[in-house]
Every structure is written in structure tokens, then in C-alpha cells.
Ligand binder design. Structure first.
Ligand code: UDP
Length: 455
């Protein structure tokens, strides 16, 4: 029988960076699998930078951030970038809504990254539903919420810090903008400004799942209409193929997928350390050297993602000297790598996507957080989810080679290693349950979708 139900059209607007695009793209695909029509709007520069974009189910369109030739790198400062993006982005987003207005599928909802709070104003101007999509944990967002509303005064003068629904935190567990006062003020302002609009949003979506941080979700739910909808990972990787859902989506870097797969497939189960610091972090030469020495000294195989911009920091002849013990690539399909049986642990910067991906795929972690929310995520990895360790930083801000070797052994070997593996397996099962039919995130997604379906 023909289905005559009206299926709404959502427009998803991510902040233009890899870690913000991935979850919103995957969430949009999930909405399509639930019957909605979805368009992902990237900036023109991002659109032209995409190395791969493989999603038959989604539509793609563009807005402009005012830097069509070079994106963020073209801007004088983050402030200049955000200001220009607000002016030109608002206008081009409005143009996109108008373009769709008299079609069979006008836009019913804008799902926007709260790093771009002006998008809600555009939605409201057109009388469209506005959904804020937070790409970090409830815990981290709730910390920023407390600072934004003056409930947590800065600078912090006494520790430990108590925030409802969160474990007690030390300064080193706080997002770096708070833990290291004065660092990256423009990014800090952007993190706090998320709440300038989200109070007015019709709903707040968060890329987490209830079971991961129930107390934080409950606490934040008291101050916003919250729906945890994660993990936004193609279901294919969760052994739970809900739909034809195995494509990763959109890579801004060239991915060395088959090189990694071929190499990993020759390695025994659980024998490889996977290392990546995500798309934005830049390590010091000294930190790269310490990592390189630790990997050379350890008895395990390793696959290390070193972005093209970081390659010159590797010690001379490192790649030649490691032979078949390790593989260094500029970018990989991380989900593919993490789901390969050869991987025994993930040495990670604890970016939220990477952390959630490792939790959902059952991979224990060594946390080497660098900045922003990574420090808080590392605290949860170690003390709340108990799926790994957090490397100790020396006074010079570096994690030394002995510490790295020690942490790797802790996670890869012995009783502690087994304990982390057991916990990682538990989180994987809970992640699968959350997005399976009737699971906590699946119910949240159904609730969201029901707003745009009329039978
Ligand atoms: N990623 C990837 N290949 C790599 C490294 C990272 O596909 O070689 C993906 C990873 O799966 C994650 C995103 O890039 O979805 C990085 O996001 P995250 O929040 O972890 O870190 P960020 O890049 O924002 O610092």
C-alpha cells in the first residue's frame, strides 16, 4: 500500500571541521533511515575539500562562510572567521531555505551546531523548528553551562570541583579552557556561547547515550529539552546493520584505507596499538619524538596516523627503521581500523568522536589529551567508564617515553588489560543496545522524527 504520510525535510548544519561534520552527517543518515529527507549543508570550501563523500541517502548543499577559497586558514583569527561566517552564513543559509520553499520538500527543521548559534535565529525568522546538536558529552556541556550562567566562577580557586551529575573533578579534568586559564579565549567563548541560543532551541540533541552518563544527562535535562541520540556511528560497525549503513561519509583528508586493512590483516588478534590525535591537534617536536621512541621500544605492533602537517616532526629515518613493526599513514578510516580484530588498544587524544567510537567498538584506550574537552573525556575513560588509563604529563607539558610505554603495557597486558577489555566489551554492548530498536537513543530519535511525520 502506498504510504501517504508526510515525511519532513531536515537541514543539518555542522561547524566546518571533521570532528563536527562526522556526527551530524551520521545522524542525518539515521534520520533518513527513519523516513525523513535530510540535506547536509557544508561550507563551499569544505564541499570542495571533501576527499570522499559516499552517501546515497543524503543530499548535500552549500552555504558560504565568506572564505570560499581557503576556509578557516584564510581568516586572520578565529574571531574574524566566526564574525564573517555569521554575516555571510546567515544570508546564504536563508537563501538555501528560500530555494527549497516552493518545492515538494520545503525545509521543516534546521539541526545546527551550537558553535553556530546564529543558525537558530535564521530558523526562527522563517518559522522553522530549530534543533541544537551538541557534539560533546553532556558532562562537558554541563560544565560550560555552569560557567555561562555564573554557577561556576572562574578562575577556579579551590578543588575538587562539584557539578551536579558529574564525578568530582580536579583542575586537570576540566576542559582545558578552564583548566589552563587564558588559553584559546576565542574557542572558550565559542564553547560558552553555545548556550546563548540553545535555551531557545526547540530541542537539544546530544551525541551521547543515556547509559554512558545517566547522572549528567538527568542533570542537564532539568535545564533543557534534551535528547541523547548517540552513538552516531554507522550501524554496520556495530554488528547491527539497521539499514544499508556502512559508509563512513565525508573525509576531509585522503584516507589510506586499503593500506591499513592489508597491513592489519597480517597481524595477530589484539597485537596492534592504534594511535591518532584527530584532525586538529598539533604535537610538539619533543612529544612526537617521545611517542616515536616509546613505540620503537615497545614490543607491540603499531599503526600511527600522522597528518601530513605533522610528518616533519617525526625523528629522521623513523619510518625506515621501524620496518614491518609499524605503519605510519596520513589518515585512515578510523572506524574500519578500530573494528579490525588486530587492534589491541587506541592511544588517543580523547576527542569525543574518537572516544565514543572506541567505546562503541569495544577498544580500550590510553588517553593522551591535548586540549578542549579531551581532558574531561580522559577523566571519564579512566575513572567512570574504566576502559583505560590516562598518561601522566611531565612538568614540561610532555608525556615522556617511559610513561607512554608503561601505559601501553597496562592496557595491552596482564590482569589490568583483561579488566579494561571486559569493560570495553560492556560499553560496546550498551552502545549497540542504545541504538537498536527500543533502545534509549533509538527512542529519542523516534521522538524527534515524530515531530516531522504526519500520517
Ligand atoms: N578520523 C578518521 N581517520 C583518522 C583520524 C580520525 O576518520 O585517521 C575521524 C575519527 O573517526 C573521528 C574524527 O575523525 O570521527 C575525529 O574527531 P574527534 O572528535 O575524535 O577529534 P577532532 O578531530 O575533533 O580533534
Amino acid at each position: 500500500m502506498e504510504n501517504k504520510a508526510y515525511r519532513g525535510h531536515v537541514l543539518a548544519l555542522p561547524y566546518p571541521s571533521q570532528g563536527h561534520i562526522n556526527p551530524l552527517l551520521q545522524f542525518s543518515k539515521r534520520l533518513v533511515s527513519k523516513g525523513l529527507k535530510a540535506t547536509l549543508a557544508t561550507t563551499l570550501y569544505i564541499h570542495n575539500t571533501m576527499q570522499s563523500q559516499s552517501s546515497s541517502s543524503l543530499q548535500f548543499d552549500t552555504i558560504s562562510d565568506g572564505y570560499d577559497e581557503g576556509g578557516f586558514a584564510q581568516a586572520e583569527s578565529i574571531h574574524a572567521y566566526l564574525n564573517r561566517m555569521e554575516t555571510i552564513g546567515s544570508k546564504t543559509l536563508a537563501d538555501l531555505i528560500i530555494k527549497n520553499k516552493n518545492t515538494a520538500n520545503p525545509i521543516d527543521c534546521i539541526i545546527y551546531d551550537p558553535f553556530l548559534p546564529w543558525a537558530l535565529e535564521v530558523a526562527k525568522k522563517f518559522g522553522i523548528f530549530g534543533a541544537a546538536f551538541f557534539t560533546q558529552t553532556c558532562a562537558v556541556n554541563f560544565i560550560y553551562y555552569h560557567v555561562h550562567y555564573g554557577l561556576l566562577k572562574l578562575p577556579i580557586t579551590s578543588t575538587p570541583i562539584s557539578i551536579p551529575g558529574l564525578p568530582v573533578l580536579d583542575l586537570e579534568d576540566m576542559p582545558s579552557f578552564i583548566g589552563v586559564p587564558g588559553s584559546y579565549p576565542a574557542y572558550f567563548e565559542m564553547a560558552l556561547n553555545q548556550f546563548s541560543s540553545s535555551d531557545k532551541a526547540d530541542v537539544v540533541l546530544v551525541n551521547t547515550f543515556y547509559e554512558l552518563e545517566p547522572e549528567a544527562v538527568d542533570s542537564m535535562s532539568r535545564v533543557s529539552r534534551l535528547l541523547p541520540i548517540g552513538p552516531t556511528i554507522p550501524s554496520f560497525y556495530l554488528d547491527k546493520c539497521l539499514e544499508n549503513d556502512n559508509d563512513y561519509g565525508l573525509n576531509l583528508f585522503v584516507s589510506y584505507s586499503s593500506v591499513c586493512n592489508n597491513w592489519l590483516n597480517t597481524k595477530p588478534e589484539g597485537s596492534v596499538i592504534y594511535l591518532s590525535f584527530g584532525s586538529m591537534s598539533s604535537l610538539s617536536n619533543k612529544q612526537m619524538e617521545e611517542l616515536a621512541f616509546a613505540l620503537k621500544g615497545s614490543k607491540f605492533h603499531f599503526l600511527w596516523v600522522v597528518k601530513a602537517s605533522e610528518e616533519a616532526k617525526l625523528p629522521k629515518k623513523f619510518v625506515e627503521e621501524i620496518g614491518n613493526k609499524g605503519l605510519v599513514v596520513q589518515w585512515c578510516s578510523q572506524l574500519e581500523v578500530l573494528s579490525n580484530k588486530a587492534i589491541g588498544c587506541f592511544l588517543t587524544h580523547c576527542g569525543w568522536n574518537s572516544t565514543l567510537e572506541a567505546l562503541s567498538l569495544g577498544v580500550p584506550m590510553v588517553g593522551v589529551p591535548q586540549w578542549t574537552d579531551q581532558t574531561t573525556n580522559a577523566k571519564y575513560v579512566k575513572d567512570v567508564w574504566k576502559v583505560g588509563v590516562r598518561a601522566k604529563v611531565c612538568e614540561n607539558g610532555i608525556v615522556g617515553r617511559e610513561e607512554i610505554e608503561f601505559c601501553i603495557k597496562e592496557v595491552m597486558e596482564g590482569e589490568r588489560g583483561k579488566y579494561f577489555q571486559k569493560n570495553a566489551k560492556k560499553w560496546r554492548e550498551l552502545a549497540i543496545k542504545a541504538i537498536s530498536e527500543g533502545g534509549s537513543s533509538d527512542k529519542s530519535i523516534d521522538e524527534f522524527v515524530s515531530k516531522f511525520v504526519n500520517s
